[in-house]
Design a binder for this molecule. Structure first.
Ligand code: ATP
Length: 934
């Protein structure tokens, strides 16, 4: 063990501690006088400073080891100073460097522990104060405490109170003795004084081996704190323990008994625990170390395996008589030599320095916080900038989208305006309730344009376009549109030489420019054929017509002549399934035509109205090419629907009149007509030419049977169409736009009942009720026969297909009312109505039982005891036209009294006669029946 000025230990021990083996030395005392007296021999030989040899002179000891090596072996003549200098000083003085240290004296009783430890303490006190004296730059604080463990009780050696002290455990301090006196040392003399007290306080007893045997374990603790005088930021604090253990003893040797035996028992037990701890620690295992098995090991735990430097001086007697005890001591020393401790420098911060240190630490943490905050702030700013960029980008996109939306709205408004113009133009050109679509919207390139309706699937055009007065072209084409695609074919022929340049074309058609561009689902060969066809031009084309079917068409072959042979490829096959729409339209137009036929009997103004919209002259229809200008209709339910130009000599008999080319005169276009409309008008004209003013029913009666059959067939198709429409509308959201529909479908008081209601089943019930009430009022105003009212009222109960009949009835009555306002005529009708009531009153007696009559009297509020009760009942029929239940009751009673209207005949009768009510004197079938009541 070298010199120790503290610097080495401080440097090496700072921080986590420096592991160091316990410094173990053996001191062999000389034989005592008693041992010599007993002629006891020494078998030990110290051959050098570290080796001790047992001179194996005894035969029974041959098995013992002969050489013992330790850190230092002090022989018989070695004085205590040298033991201190070489076996304790360096470690003991570590305390001035802030390192805990412990100096142990271990050995058999009377082996010289107290003798050695007293000397070491004395030398240490001298050295420590010498050290303090040498280090004036530091200020030292020395505290001294002393305790003994006697019979496993801790006693304060600096206190006169022998009350045992408790051992407490502290997380930082470890195990400590509660209330142990700790004296602050003033100087070395003070320490010596205290050491004297401890020696005086310690339990000493006389045994056979030692007149002043220490019967307790003594622990002297000197705590030294030091700090630099100029810089007191920190101080060093450490304790040095000088432990003089009680000596192990054998009771037989010490001849102890009583108290000494008890003392020896505690001594041996505590030393046994110490030996166990040392042995455990020496093995370096992490197993359990029984520190707590004794107060000695608990108090010295830190010195044995913790934060301390430790030196153990094992004392032994060389006498042969103590060979066993000596070998146990050497065995203990050998184990202790393997135990390592980890001493470190214990630095204590002063309050002031601690505050200063804490302030510096606080400043450092604040700097870190600011740095972290700056980083976060920077990150936040970057995120905000990125979001601002996104916002700007999104605002730009919104602006662009808004512009696109406004543009789309503008286009939509223009489109709607064009459609509205188109609708207005169409309505203005209607002459018989037939929708003909016109448009007069020249595009920028000079062509006229038009848009088709949303409901259109197929449109067949044959129209004229004009860029200027000198360049007029004919365009014929067919356009098909489905939810998936739209497609068009257009063929243009120059008509400069055949069109009257002074006459502006009234109808032009334009297929939407993108119609073919969106036809991606069309077979490629079809598309090519269309392109090829569109490039074809036929200069000889002269026909200017347009056939437009909204909704569907019966057979593509009907229109194939408007196209070339490629049409078969681009007309969709689905056309074959769309039959009923065309049939429905045709039915309506045929009915109108038939009504016209009836009306024009006798200078009908209705035919004149129709005629106003027709072309004038002998070639009024302008049809010069039947093959291209008009569809063949051989597949229609009845008759031939083509029209031949010269019909002057034709008599409509059984079939509709035919249209054919009439002349090669310059084409004069005013209107584009559908074939059935043209047929209707032509039929009217033909009939008018033959029968005007004669009131003959020949033509109409000849036409009625076939038309009626046609109506029946078409009515069936109408039902199918109606069901299809219902299904379609149920799949679509319902949007009511009644005002628009009214505006669209009403012109001069005339509504197109088909376009008004048949495609709007949700609107029809309300419209039916309204129309029904209107008819009731009109019947009442016109004094229409009660039988007619009843039959009509009960026959048409609200099916959408009733709309046509009811509308025609309404139009007729309004027309009649406007034309026959003379008082005389109205008075005549009142008389007719009065006579009809009288007839009904007479029928009651035959048709109704007495019970039925009484029930009716009660129901109708007629007193049973009153007179002329049947006449009262007849007079009350159809009097409250505002009350629909009253009207219904009246209708039922009249029908009951009438009794023989066949449903199958009703439609024929109604339409055969309803339009001729003003001429009921002509004795049509129903009025003949009415007359039968008279
Ligand atoms: N190295 C030595 N040189 C001369 N005398 C010694 C030496 N060591 C011990 N002695 C003497 O031996 C006797 C016993 O010593 P000491 O009391 O120190 O033994 P001990 O180990 O403390 O005994 P115990 O355990 O019983 O207290 C004392 O009289 C002492 O003076």
């Amino acid at each position: 063990m070298g010199s120790n000025d503290g610097d080495e230990a401080e440097n090496g021990g700072e921080g986590g501690g420096k592991e160091e083996k316990i410094y173990v030395s053996v001191r062999v005392r000389p034989l005592s006088s008693k041992e010599i007296e007993k002629n006891d021999h020494s078998d030990w030989e110290i051959i050098n400073n570290t080796t001790l040899i047992f001179k194996n002179s005894l035969p029974d000891r041959s098995m013992l080891p002969s050489a013992y090596i330790y850190d230092r072996v002090f022989g018989y003549n070695c004085d205590t100073r040298k033991v201190y200098e070489e076996g304790a000083k360096e470690i003991a003085l570590s305390v001035v460097s802030g390192i805990n240290s412990s100096i142990f004296a271990y050995g058999q009783t009377s082996s010289g522990k107290t003798y050695t430890m007293n000397g070491i303490t004395e030398y240490f006190v001298e050295d420590i104060y010498e050290y303090i004296d040498k280090h004036e730059e530091r200020k030292f604080f020395l505290k001294f405490s002393a305790m003994e463990i006697y019979n496993e009780a801790v006693r304060d050696l600096l206190s006169s109170d022998s009350t045992p002290l408790r051992l407490l455990d502290d997380p930082e301090r470890g195990t400590f003795v509660d209330k142990l006196t700790e004296e602050m040392l003033r100087d070395r003399s003070h320490l010596k004084e205290l050491l004297g007290i401890c020696e005086a306080q310690r339990q000493i007893g006389e045994t056979s081996l030692n007149e002043a045997s220490s019967r307790s374990h003594q622990i002297l603790r000197l705590t030294i704190e030091s700090s630099a005088r100029q810089f007191r930021a920190s101080s060093l604090s450490a304790s040095v323990n000088f432990v003089d253990l009680a000596g192990s003893e054998r009771a037989s040797q010490t001849l102890s008994a009583g108290t000494r035996l008890k003392e020896g028992s505690h001594i041996n037990r505590s030393l046994l625990t110490l030996g166990t701890v040392i042995r455990k620690l020496s093995k370096g295992t992490n197993g359990h170390v029984p520190y707590r098995d004794s107060k000695l090991t608990r108090i010295l735990q830190n010195s044995l395996g913790g934060n301390a430097r430790t030196a153990i001086i094992c004392t032994m007697s060389p006498a042969r008589s103590h060979i066993e005890q000596s070998k146990n001591t050497l065995l203990f020393a050998s184990c202790a030599k393997e135990v390592a401790t980890s001493a470190r420098v214990n630095v204590v911060m002063s309050d002031k320095s601690l505050i200063k240190h804490l302030r510096r630490e606080l400043a450092r943490l604040e700097d870190e916080l600011r740095y972290v905050g700056l980083i976060h702030k920077t990150t936040h700013v970057d995120e905000l900038k990125e979001k601002d960029t996104q916002i700007i980008k999104m605002e730009k996109e919104i602006s662009e989208l808004s512009q696109q939306r406004d543009l789309a709205h503008s286009r939509l408004r223009n489109l709607l305006s064009s459609v509205a113009d188109d609708q207005a133009s169409r309505v203005s050109d209607e002459s018989g309730g037939v929708p003909v679509h016109h448009a007069h919207n020249p595009s920028e390139d000079g062509h006229y344009s038009r848009y088709w309706e949303e409901s259109s699937q197929l449109s067949v055009y044959h129209a004229v376009t004009s860029e200027d007065e000198s360049s007029v072209s004919e365009a014929s084409g067919i356009c098909y549109r489905s939810p998936e695609f739209s497609i068009s074919k257009f063929k243009i022929s120059n008509l400069n030489n055949i069109i009257d340049p002074n006459q502006q074309p009234s109808l032009v058609a334009r297929v939407p420019e993108n119609s073919t561009g969106s036809a991606r689902n069309i077979p490629q060969n079809t598309y090519k054929s269309l392109e090829t066809a569109s490039e074809t031009s036929e200069a000889s084309c002269k026909v200017v017509q347009c056939v437009e079917i909204n909704g569907s068409i019966q057979n593509k072959d009907e229109f194939s002549h408007l196209l070339d042979e490629d049409c078969d490829n681009f007309l969709p096959k689905t056309l074959d399934h769309t039959v009923t729409g065309f049939g429905l339209a045709l039915e309506h137009h045929v009915r109108v035509r038939q009504a016209s036929v009836d009306l024009v009997k006798g200078a009908s103004s209705f035919s004149a109205t129709c005629e106003e919209n027709l072309v004038s002259g002998s070639n009024s229809f302008g049809l010069q090419n039947q093959e291209k200008g008009f569809p063949r209709t051989e597949n229609l339910p009845s008759g031939t629907y083509s029209i031949e130009g010269d019909t002057e000599s034709e008599e409509p008999s059984g079939v509709l009149p035919k249209l054919k080319n009439s002349s090669d005169k310059p084409l004069k276009v005013r209107s584009i007509e559908t074939p059935d409309k043209l047929a209707m008008v032509q039929g009217t004209r033909n009939w008018e030419k033959k029968h005007r003013g004669r009131h003959s029913k020949t033509a109409s009666e000849a036409a009625i049977p076939s038309i009626s059959d046609l109506v029946e067939e078409l009515k069936e198709m109408d039902q199918v169409q109606h069901q299809n429409q219902l299904t379609k509308n149920q799949e679509l959201p319902h949007t009511s736009n009644e005002n628009y529909k009214d505006e669209r479908n009403v012109k001069d008081g005339r509504r197109d009942p088909l376009s008004s209601f048949s495609d709007s089943p949700y609107e029809w019930p309300l419209a039916f009720e309204k129309l029904q009430r209107e008819l009731i009022e009109l019947w009442d105003a016109y004094n229409v026969s009660l039988i007619h009212r009843a039959d009509f009222f009960l026959r048409f109960k609200g099916k959408p297909t009733d709309s046509s009949y009811m509308e025609e009835e309404r139009m007729f009555l309004k027309k009649m009312l406007s034309q026959e306002s003379e008082t005389e005529t109205l008075s005549s009708r009142k008389n007719e109505l009065r006579r009809e009531r009288e007839k009904l009153h007479k029928c009651m007696l035959k048709k109704l039982s007495s019970t039925e009559r009484e029930d009716l009297y009660k129901k109708w509020g007629i007193k049973l005891d009153s007179k002329r009760r049947r006449m009262q009942l007849a007079q009350r029929l159809w009097t409250d036209t505002k009350n629909i239940e009253h009207v219904r009751g009246s209708a039922l009673l009249v029908a009951r009294l009438n009794g023989h209207l066949e449903p199958e005949q009703a439609i024929k009768e109604m339409f055969g006669l309803s339009f001729t009510l003003q001429k009921y004197q002509q004795k049509s079938s129903i009025w003949k029946r009415i007359s039968s009541f008279r």
